[in-house]
Design a binder for this molecule. Sequence first.
Ligand SMILES: NC(=O)c1ccc[n+]([C@@H]2O[C@H](COP(=O)([O-])OP(=O)(O)OC[C@H]3O[C@@H](n4cnc5c(N)ncnc54)[C@H](OP(=O)(O)O)[C@@H]3O)[C@@H](O)[C@H]2O)c1
Length: 431
Amino acid sequence: MSQSTLRLGIAGLGTVGVGVVKLLQQHASLIALRSGREVVPTAVSARDRKRERGVPLESYRWFDSAAAMAESDEVDLVVELIGGEGGVAKDVVERALAAGKPVVTANKALIAHHGTALATLAEANAAALAFEAAVAGGIPALKTLREGLSGNAIDRVHGILNGTCNYILSTMRETHREFADVLADAQDLGYAEADPSFDIDGVDAAHKLAILTSLAFGCEIDFDAVYAEGIRNVSASDIVYAEELGYRVKLLGIAQRNDGGVEQRVHPCLVPLSSPLAQVEGVFNAVLAHGDFVDTIMIEGRGAGAGPTASAVVADVLDIARGAAAPAFGMPQARLRSLPTLPMSRHEGCYYIRLQVVDRPGVMADVTAILRDEAISLEAMLQRGRAPGEPVAVVLTTHETREDSMQRALEQIAHLDASLEPPRLIRIEPI
Ligand SMILES: NC(=O)c1ccc[n+]([C@@H]2O[C@H](COP(=O)([O-])OP(=O)(O)OC[C@H]3O[C@@H](n4cnc5c(N)ncnc54)[C@H](OP(=O)(O)O)[C@@H]3O)[C@@H](O)[C@H]2O)c1
């Protein structure tokens, strides 16, 4: 070996932490060959020392305090796998970077909220900060943007960024069951947390999108600029109607750079059945990027779980071991731009709307008059189960229009006497 051993301190021994330890133990010689040096865990930290974790840990020094481990002379590189936007995880990362030690983390919440400050701290201390595992698990999405596509001006990056939501939507489609029912199953199977709100309300995907946006467009990370809407309101009937119209429902994260600025949005979308994203099912994730020279590329794989996430963590560790770590956001911090945010109200696109109305003469005339007054033109209409005086679902799709016009129209439609529930809207993405 040409260089000294790289000693890792692993903070957090949960799903990902144990996966990383396992991978490092199983592939120790392969990793040494690829990085040109031994890469070994020497220290670990978690809350409960007594917990059986299914991997041998006796040869590593145990730290009750992950922060003390980060500053220990026995550790050259800190792997943060505790999680959480602030608290101990942030403290551990800050202490390691301040001590000039490289950090690898899978913590999307931490990077989405504090990425700029942490990358600046890393740069000031000539320490690498890497977080491949924070976005789309085992898919090398960040490396692809930062390295594989580094010769391109990128104007769009989007994808399926949350496996829990994709699993729920795929299962709703396959089984015709409602959201709450499928969510309960996903929790039993371990695909959804006991508190699933981060996943199903789009927050987790928004964290990942904010990171992708920064790397793709060379701008400062701005989590607050991401519009996030989850999948709670998608019904089994929306999924059926979407299929009839030639679409599949997916929760997408989309970042688009236009002349006026940057649009960052996470919400359920109708994607054409013929699009490659429609075929990405279950817990799988996919990321697409469009560059001016490369055109569109797509990468797909497992977006979470011990193995795929450990794979991404160890790839970052290897880059650092080789001395090949790139700047956290692809360029020096001072060169990242602050690009204007395009608010959701200015989004332009096509829409799917589902109305639940009383079937009586004149209702559709009222609805179409409201749409006409907002300059919204219809593309298609579906109506099922006509029975005068009874509730009926009406599904409409529109040509391209502005979000604010659409929201005004839905507000008015909701106030019609014949409206039985608030209209449901899903945006159509022509991917
Ligand atoms: N799970 C995935 O598939 C996945 C995928 C991509 C990214 N990530 C990210 O990876 C990170 C870890 O996720 P995970 O699923 O592995 O979480 P997890 O299973 O909940 O594990 C968290 C670990 O942190 C330890 N911990 C908690 N507080 C601590 C403290 N104060 N000091 C030291 N250790 C502490 C816990 O200790 P005890 O075990 O003793 O309680 C546990 O070992 C998160 O940022 C997550 O967003 C996870």
